[in-house]
Design a protein around this ligand. Structure first.
Ligand code: CTP
Length: 245
C-alpha cells in the first residue's frame, strides 16, 4: 500500500512540530548480491510509517544510438561509474533528505532506456538507497547516515544473475557470460569491492542474514528516537525504485 500525504502536518515531523530529518541507509554490493532483499527485509521490520526505497538503477544515463548498439551486443559497460548520472542522483537524494518531492526516472533493463513516465517520491522517515556504486561518490556517501555493504560470494551472485537476466531482463546465456567476464566481474574487483572500507556494517550472505537485519533495524530505531521521532504503528510504506518481490 502507499498512502500519499495530502493535508496537515507531514508525518516526518515530530510531536514538537520540528521536522525530523530522514535517516538515510546506503546499501552497496556487487550485482545480484541481494541488496534489494536486504532493503525489503529492513522495510518490513522497521516500525516507522514512511520508508522510501531508491535504487541506483534509476540513475543510469540515457544512451546514444551507438551506445545502444553496444548494449545490444553486451558490450556497453553498465558497471563503470561513468554509466551513472551522479549529478541527478545527488540532487534527488538531497531533495528527499529535505523532505521535498521528487520525480525519479523509471529504468527498463530490457530496452536499456528510461520509461516515458517517472515515479513521484516523497520525503520519508527512512530513505534506503541501494546500488552497485552507492558509496562511490563522496557527496552521496556523506548523505548516508548508515552504510551497509552486502557481501555475497561471487559464484552465488553469478548464478543469480544468470537466472535473473535470462528470465527478467531479456538476455541469453552467452550474452550474460560475456558481459559478466568482460565488465561485471572486473568492475566488481576494481570499483565495487574497494568501497567496502566505507561500510559501517558488512552483511555476509545478504537477505538470509536475519541477525544483521535485526541489528540494522535496532540502530535505525535508536537513531530516529534520538532525533525526536516517536515510533508508532506502521501506517504505510512507499516503495519506490523498483517493484518488490
Ligand atoms: N545492467 C544491465 N543492463 C542495463 C543496465 C544495468 O545488465 N541496461 C546491469 C549492470 O551490469 C549491473 C547491474 O545491472 O551490474 C545492476 O543491477 P543489480 O545491482 O544487479 O540489481 P539489483 O536488483 O539492484 O541488486 P540485487 O540483486 O543485489 O538486489
Amino acid at each position: 500500500t502507499r498512502t500519499i500525504y495530502t493535508a496537515g502536518r507531514p508525518p516526518w515531523y515530530n510531536s514538537a512540530g520540528q521536522q525530523v530529518e530522514p535517516f538515510v541507509i546506503g546499501i552497496c554490493g556487487g550485482s545480484a548480491s541481494g541488496k534489494t532483499t536486504v532493503a525489503t527485509k529492513i522495510i518490513e521490520s522497521l516500525d516507522v510509517p514512511w520508508v522510501t526505497l531508491l535504487s541506483m538503477d534509476s540513475f543510469y544515463k540515457v544512451l546514444n544510438e551507438k551506445q545502444h548498439e553496444m548494449a545490444a551486443r553486451n558490450e556497453y559497460n553498465f558497471d563503470h561509474p561513468d554509466a551513472f548520472d551522479f549529478e541527478l542522483l545527488k540532487t534527488t537524494l538531497q531533495r528527499l533528505k529535505e523532505g521535498r518531492m521528487v520525480e525519479v526516472p523509471i529504468y527498463n533493463f530490457v530496452t536499456h532506456r528510461r520509461e516515458s513516465r517517472t515515479k513521484t517520491m516523497y520525503g520519508a522517515n527512512v530513505i534506503i538507497f541501494e546500488g552497485i556504486l552507492t558509496f562511490y561518490n563522496v557527496d552521496v556517501l556523506k548523505m548516508c547516515d548508515m552504510k551497509v555493504f552486502v557481501d555475497t560470494d561471487a559464484d552465488v551472485r553469478l548464478a543469480r544473475r544468470l537466472r535473473r537476466d535470462i528470465s527478467q531482463r531479456g538476455r541469453d546465456l552467452e550474452g550474460v557470460l560475456k558481459q559478466y567476464s568482460t565488465m561485471v566481474q572486473p568492475a566488481f574487483y576494481y570499483y565495487i569491492a574497494p568501497l567496502m572500507v566505507h561500510a559501517d556494517i558488512i552483511v555476509p550472505r545478504g537477505g538470509d542474514n536475519e541477525v544483521a537485519i535485526e541489528l540494522i533495524v535496532q540502530h535505525v530505531h535508536t537513531q530516529l528516537q534520538l532525533r525526536g521521532f516517536k515510533l508508532r504503528e506502521k501506517l504505510a510504506h512507499s516503495y519506490i525504485g523498483q517493484p518488490l518481490p
